[in-house]
Design a protein. Structure first.
Length: 413
């Protein structure tokens, strides 16, 4: 066991996740499916239950449950602002990241026209691609792609100068690949984009559970994520820089607010879900130190990142020694989330995941994970895509060892 693992309060962390008590075929379940959605911390569940038990209400009423709902929303936006180094009035909630991105793309597209250009990435989840492609098609815009290097599994940033032009209206790129874990150099992309007054839209869904994100340091104008990936409920989150947010004209009902951030939040929101957001963020902060919430969040992420990366290094090292396994990952010096994509010779991806579930009670997923452009470039979509194992703060070294043992037994190595 590594020194980091010895110091990490894994028992206290696991106590906060009721789902970890589940068993399958008499064995405790190993949740390595975190990239598709993390397990939910109990404090988040409790907040959701408390909100619904005490009587939910819509906004702007002159009675306690309405005022309490408004305060819960305000508290959640304060916490999200602390999570990303933004301002509460820059935070909006919605059904999910995909729905919010479609709404933002449609709103921004009001001012775009034929001949304008938009840039998307070949490494991204399609949630940060197709909303922009859709508005580009509607407006007769030209789409340019920031290519991925199929060998290194990193973006070809040397092509930014040719991809970005005076006609570019926005560049959309992911902070980290949900398929292969590559963490992109968003600061470099933003610097080049902003030199041409191009706003930057970043998908932080996969990154948010794993490391601290500073919106301003990265130079992000539109940051999108989902609370269900960082130990909370199914609520989408958009953080839009104030100057840009005030210019956006979302499609909405006539009487709905015209001011930020409410003007993006069409219809009645998922109030009970929003109640669970702040506790999920406070779970991360609970692993850190400091006086301010932002400081506790950042130091908490340092603890999470060191622990998760230690487990990931152990898992990657073991997989690299198994002849039947093909790993899909960037070079060791490229920052990555603890998300590992691979394939196993002689097995379909679905059959392998099913056997790991039934024989070892390990839950892992297979497919293209909506990173279908990358899967197409690698030529693996027709044969099931990847197998993906993703680590979370509640996973243990023993679970990693069970996973390694299972793979070795199934491959006879």
């Amino acid at each position: 066991m590594t020194k980091t693992a010895e110091l990490y309060p894994i028992a206290a962390v696991r106590e906060q996740f009721p789902a970890l008590r589940r068993t399958h075929h008499g064995k405790s379940v190993v949740y390595f499916d975190g990239p598709g959605g993390s397990q939910v911390v109990k404090s988040s569940m409790d907040a959701i239950y408390a909100y619904m038990t005490n009587g939910g209400a819509n906004l702007h009423g002159s009675f306690p449950s309405s005022r309490e709902t408004e305060q819960i929303i305000a508290d959640a936006k304060d916490a999200v602002a602390a999570l990303f180094g933004a301002k509460p009035e820059e935070v909006s909630f919605g059904a999910n990241m995909t729905t919010l991105t479609f709404a933002i793309a449609r709103a921004l597209g009001r001012n775009w026209k034929e001949g304008d250009e938009i840039v998307v990435s070949e490494l991204d989840h399609r949630a940060n691609v197709d909303p922009w492609l859709t508005i580009a098609a509607d407006r007769g815009m030209t789409v340019r792609w920031l290519p991925v290097d199929s060998d290194t599994l990193t973006l070809r940033l040397e092509e930014l100068d040719s991809v970005l032009t005076s006609k570019t209206r926005l560049i959309a790129v992911g902070l980290a690949s949900n398929a292969v874990g590559t963490i992109n150099d968003i600061a470099t992309i933003s610097k080049k984009a902003h030199a041409l007054d191009i706003p930057v839209a970043v998908d932080a869904v996969h990154a948010a559970p794993h490391f601290a994100i500073d919106r301003d340091t990265l130079g992000v104008d539109i940051l999108l994520c989902s609370a269900y990936k960082f130990f909370g409920p199914h609520v989408g989150i958009a953080v839009i820089r104030q100057e840009l947010f005030e210019q956006i004209q979302p499609y909405k009902l006539q009487p709905a607010p015209t001011y930020i951030p409410d003007k993006l939040e069409t219809g009645t929101q998922n109030h009970e879900g929003i109640a669970g957001i702040r506790p999920a963020i406070e779970f991360i902060a609970g692993l850190g130190k400091g006086q301010e919430l932002r400081e506790r969040i950042c130091t908490g992420y340092e603890v999470i990142e060191a622990y998760e990366n230690g487990l990931a290094d152990k898992l990657r090292s073991a997989l690299s020694e198994i002849d039947a396994v093909t790993l899909y990952q960037a070079a060791p010096d490229v920052p990555k989330t603890p998300t590992i994509a691979f394939r196993v010779a002689g097995w379909s991806t679905q059959e392998f995941c099913a056997r790991m579930c039934e024989d070892y009670s390990i839950f892992i997923a297979d497919g293209d994970f909506y990173a279908m452009t990358l899967a197409d470039k690698l030529g693996i979509n027709e044969s099931g895509g990847w197998i993906r194992a993703g680590l979370a703060p509640y996973n243990t070294e023993e679970e990693v060892e069970r996973f390694i043992r299972g793979i070795k037994e199934l491959t006879n190595e």
